[in-house]
Structure formats: C-alpha cells, structure tokens
Design a binder for this molecule. Structure first.
Ligand SMILES: *[C@@H]1O[C@H](CO)[C@@H](O)[C@H](O)[C@H]1NC(C)=O
Ligand SMILES: *[C@@H]1O[C@H](CO)[C@@H](O)[C@H](O)[C@H]1NC(C)=O
Ligand SMILES: *[C@@H]1O[C@H](CO)[C@@H](O)[C@H](O)[C@H]1NC(C)=O
Length: 370
C-alpha cells in the first residue's frame, strides 16, 4: 500500500509541475469496480434490454456507433479506466463477445437510484442491487480462479487493492422533484445517504479499501429539468435554483458521510470528488473552456434555448402533431456541454476528467494522502 501511495503522490506532484498531459495519468490500482447511474453506465442497461436501444448519433464521436453509453462518446469512467490500463471497463451484464473483467467490472446502470426502485422506476438495478451483483461477481470469480479463465477475471488480491468508484444519487434527487416539494426533497436526503452508507459498509466488510466517490452534479442546469420545471426559478446562469440547492445539500451531507467513513475505516482511503463544482464552473464559464452552449442539448428537438422535448429523445423519429420529426445531433458536438438534455457530451466529460488530477476538487487533497 505504501508503494501505491507514493506513486500516486509522486505522480500528481509531477503532473502539477509539468504540463497536464491527462493521458499519462496513472492511477496505480490493479482494478476498478464501479457503481452508478447513466453518468458511468458503459452498457448495463442496453445489455439488460430495459431501455430499448440507443440510436445514432449516440456513440458517434469516439466509438462511431452506439456503445451502450448515454453520450456521443466517452464518459468520465472511461477516461479514468483508460488512464489506468488503456482498457474500457465492461458492464457486468455484458455477455456477448468476450467481456474481460481482469481489471474490474462496471455495475452502473442508467436510471438507477441509491434507494430501492419504486414501481415506476425504469431501472431495477439500484445501488443495493449493484452491490449484491458485485458480491455474486466476486463469489463466482473466487470459484473460477486457478482455472483456464484466469486471464479474464481479477486476481483475488485485486478486490482489496482495487479502486471502488461511485457516481450515484442524481436520479434520487431529480426523480423526487416530480412528486415532492423542494423542502421534501431535501428532507429525504438523509434516508438516501443512509442507504448509500449501508452499501459502502458492506463493501468495506468484504475487503474494499480504496473508495473514490463522485458527488452529484448541478441537476438544475440540465435541459430536461429546465424543460419540465420551467425557467422561472432559474438563476443568473440559467439553472434551476431549487434543483441545484438540493444537489448542494446532498453533496454537503455526502462529504460529511465520507469524513465519517474515513474515521470509521481507518485502514481505508476515502476520496470525495467534487464533480458539482467542476461541472458548474464549466456551465458558468463555458466560453473560457471553448464551449458555446452551456444549457442547450446538442442532440434533441425543439431548437434553442433548450433544444429538448420530453416526447422525443435523441436519435428518434416520431410523429408529433401530424408531422414526422427527428431529434438530430448538432453540427459541432464539441461546442455543447449537454449531449441529449440529460447527459454530457464527450467534450464536457473530458473537461471534467481533466480537472480531477489538479487535485483541487478532491477531499482530502491528493497531497494530503500520505
Ligand atoms: C442500514 O443498516 C442499518 C443497520 O444494519 C439498518 O438498521 C437499516 O435499516 C439500513 N438502512 C437502509 C436504508 O437499508
Ligand atoms: C467562473 O470563473 C471565475 C473566475 O475564475 C470564478 O471566480 C468563478 O468561481 C467561476 N464560476 C464557477 C461557478 O465556478
Ligand atoms: C403541437 O401543437 C401544439 C398546439 O397547437 C403546439 O403548442 C405545439 O408546439 C406543437 N408541437 C409541435 C412539435 O409542433
């Protein structure tokens, strides 16, 4: 472990002193086990067949076809896993082809919540289910080890040495706004985080030691929420104040939980990553980062300012009011922060990723991790 800490620190020190060539970031972990929602789903929901298929132009930027990801290209988790070992993380449910789980597995599912799914939920794989899937995965791997599938599954020690990454909670909050007031949404946050705490404790009890926890982004800036909840409650950045306030309260409580967990799990390393601030800075100061459209969907229908219409999603063709219309992609994907009104473009995901190694957005700071 000491070696890992040293490399991690040395690496980031080097990075801060030299130019930030992100592709050389070396997270010194042998595997990644990821839990989350569509922000980090690399094919679960599509493999499970619960969301139908994604149509082009999903995937167009990097994979040149829909890749099971809710973006035109790569997600933050892709940049992270690529920086680690130049490979993408396979979805746990992926069964076609030769999924390789040697360097970890991805349990994230689009639409998932931390709390158990309600009867109306689109995705059945909430955080507790994802943790249960991880335990099935681990038990099966431990049975298989020593046989001919060794090169496709993690080594036993990878479960302790691996990085456990989390990006979940956005759907708990965004979904709650459809039936609750802002105060009620905020009052529900401790229950949501209790469920999250229970899952992380189960993982710790089974040997997880390296936790990498993303907080939730500025939900109030997503074209989908602006479309549904109107712009009258928006702030000077054009984002919904109640949604962003709930996200901030959630994040403060999540940070407190991370500190508590760090205290309880003395031999673990808990890193909280402030994705909210990176995304909100990107949306507020978009032109500085080379973007032109902070809250307009690149792929959608309806035109500016949102180019989002909840009746038709990116890539679909439908008859609306007797006219056949298609939700098409924009001309230059790299100028938009929002891909489809809910998810970010590869360009935006890359920007978020590029800010992580600066260490400014992680707690404790990388330099404090001795
Ligand atoms: C979390 O775990 C505690 C103690 O094991 C249990 O009492 C509680 O019901 C659990 N909460 C949730 C939300 O699952
Ligand atoms: C936008 O940039 C300014 C100048 O660097 C900074 O002070 C401000 O905090 C940024 N906005 C956000 C929301 O981060
Ligand atoms: C459909 O018609 C309604 C009522 O005339 C109008 O408000 C709406 O904008 C139209 N939608 C489209 C997609 O043209």
């Amino acid at each position: 472990m000491a070696v890992t800490t040293f490399s991690f620190l040395a690496f980031f020190t080097t990075l801060l002193l030299s130019s930030p060539v992100i592709s050389t970031v070396h997270f010194n972990y042998p595997a990644i086990f990821n839990f989350g929602d569509s922000n980090s789903d690399t094919g679960c929901v599509i493999a499970a067949g619960i969301g139908g298929l994604l149509d082009p132009p999903y995937g167009q930027t990097y994979f040149h076809e829909p890749s099971g990801r809710f973006s035109d290209g790569r997600l933050i988790i892709d940049f992270l896993s690529h920086a680690m070992d130049k490979r993408f993380l396979n979805a746990y449910l992926e069964s076609v082809g030769v999924p390789n789980f040697r360097r970890g597995a991805n349990f994230a599912a689009a639409g998932s919540t931390i709390l158990p799914p309600t009867q109306y939920a689109f995705c059945p794989f909430s955080f507790g289910n994802q943790v249960a899937q991880f335990f099935s995965f681990k038990a099966r791997v431990l049975q298989l080890l020593g046989g001919k599938l060794d090169k496709f599954v993690p080594r036993e020690d990878y479960f302790r040495k691996g990085l456990y990454t989390f990006d979940i909670g956005q759907n708990d909050l965004a979904g709650a706004f459809y039936s609750k007031t802002e105060d009620q949404v905020i009052a529900s946050i401790p229950t949501i985080l209790q469920e999250f705490e229970n899952g992380t404790k189960k993982l710790y009890d089974q040997g997880a030691r390296n936790f990498w926890i993303h907080n939730t982004g500025p939900l109030g800036c997503l074209p989908q929420n602006l479309f549904v909840f109107g712009k009258e409650k928006s702030d000077k950045h054009g984002c919904l104040r109640p949604h962003n306030h709930a996200a901030r309260v959630f994040n403060l409580q999540l940070l407190a939980l991370c500190r508590k967990l760090q205290h309880e799990f003395a031999d673990a390393r808990i890193t909280y990553v402030d994705i909210f601030s990176i995304k909100f800075d990107l949306i507020s100061n978009f032109s500085r980062y080379g973007f032109e459209h902070p809250t307009t969907a690149c792929c959608g229908y309806g035109g500016p300012p949102l180019n989002y219409d909840s009746r038709i999603s990116c890539g679909q063709t439908k008859v609306l009011n007797g006219t056949t219309v298609t939700a098409k992609g924009c001309d230059d994907f790299t100028k938009y922060v929002s891909w489809d009104g809910i998810h970010y473009t590869e360009a935006a995901n890359h920007h978020v990723w590029s800010q992580i190694p600066t260490g400014k957005y992680s707690y404790p700071l990388f330099s404090e991790k001795i």
